[in-house]
Write a new protein. Structure first.
Length: 86
C-alpha cells in the first residue's frame, strides 16, 4: 500500500477560507445520507429516484469536519489499489 496526500477544499469563496488544517484523517461518513424511492410507472416498470439528505455530522480531526468548518484539509491516506507497475 502506498501513502497518498489527500487535499480537500471547502466550497466557500477563497476569501472565506479560514486556513489549512494538516494531518486530518479521512472521515468514515458521507456528506449525504441516501434514500431510494421506487414508484411503479404503470408499464410493469419502476422509477427509482434518489432522495439524499445533506448533513454535516463529522467527527473532530477529520477531513470532513475541516471542510465543513471552512478549512483546507490535508492528510495522508493509504491507497488500497495501485495500478500494476506504479
Amino acid at each position: 500500500m502506498r501513502l497518498q496526500t489527500n487535499i480537500n477544499f471547502p466550497s466557500c469563496p477563497i476569501s472565506e477560507y479560514k486556513g489549512i488544517l494538516r494531518n486530518r484523517v479521512m472521515a468514515t461518513n458521507a456528506f449525504y445520507i441516501d434514500r431510494y424511492k421506487m414508484e411503479p410507472n404503470g408499464n410493469d416498470k419502476w422509477i427509482l429516484t434518489v432522495d439524499a439528505t445533506y448533513h454535516e455530522d463529522a467527527a473532530n480531526g477529520t477531513d470532513f469536519r475541516a471542510v465543513v468548518d471552512g478549512y483546507i484539509s490535508v492528510g495522508r491516506v493509504q491507497n488500497l489499489h495501485t495500478p500494476q507497475g506504479k
